[in-house]
Design a protein around this ligand. Structure first.
Ligand SMILES: [Zn+2]
Length: 237
């Protein structure tokens, strides 16, 4: 088991091997476009519902509202301040407030990915947390991946519900909406979004066949530590 843990743990640091590699020498705007296209090819996005941002220039750079990813150019990205003021020729994604509140309240966040991926959204519509049915759940930073309460998209109420569900985590489901996650850079945030969707799919399938056996806190603790999570051991250091 630990061999598997170590192999998977190494993944966020390894090269991407798919059609739209994120090249760190590209401009932040182009990195966002590459990541949006990768969301499409990985099947974790529905239409242009997903949105991505990276921390930059004392604020963050985010995808514009309602523009097809294939038509985006780096200069179409919208720069926002940490006071929520946009600059640029387009309006920011209607979900900019969730991104803003993550950058404001989580200093370790370097990039945010939001998507309406199918299995995360299906569980979110049932208002189900993802429990420790598999050790990989720790990739989000703790023993489970919570589902937030529902609130209207684009509102402060939704953002507040999201922050509560993200406490001690770097990913959560959004009630009757989708999922959101962050990491210290865009490549890791995108990998986390793909992993959380895979976990949601596995949990969904396991529930079809019966009641998954959950790992105990004692079984999850060493995994959380290896994954660099927000477990007790880290908080007390
Ligand atoms: Zn959304």
């Amino acid at each position: 088991m630990f061999e598997a843990v170590l192999t998977v743990f190494a993944l966020p640091f390894g090269p991407l091997n798919n059609h739209h590699p994120t090249n760190m020498t590209e401009s932040p705007g182009q990195q966002i476009i590459d990541a949006c296209l990768r969301m499409q090819s990985e099947g974790i996005n529905q239409g242009s519902a997903g949105n991505i941002s990276v921390r930059s220039n004392d604020g963050f750079l985010i995808t514009p509202s309602g523009m097809a990813y294939e038509r985006m150019a780096p200069e179409d990205m919208v720069q926002m301040s940490l006071e929520g003021k946009p600059t640029g020729k387009w309006k920011p994604s209607s979900e900019w407030r969730m991104h803003l509140d993550i950058y404001r309240s989580r200093p370790e966040a370097g990039a945010v990915v939001h998507a309406h991926s199918t299995f995360c959204t299906a569980l979110a519509c049932l208002r189900r947390d993802i429990p420790p049915f598999h050790y990989m759940v720790a990739v989000a930073g703790g023993r489970d991946i919570r589902c937030s309460d529902y609130a209207l998209f684009g509102t402060q109420e939704l953002s507040d519900a999201m922050l509560a569900a993200l406490e001690g985590r770097r990913a959560c489901l959004l009630g009757t909406h989708g999922m959101i996650c962050f990491h210290d850079n865009l490549e890791r945030a995108l990998k986390l979004a793909i992993e959380v969707e895979a976990l949601a799919k596995q949990y969904w399938h396991a529930c079809q066949a019966g009641e998954p056996v959950l790992l105990s806190d004692e079984e999850m603790a060493p995994v959380i530590e290896r994954f660099g999570g927000y477990g007790q051991a880290h908080q007390s250091e």
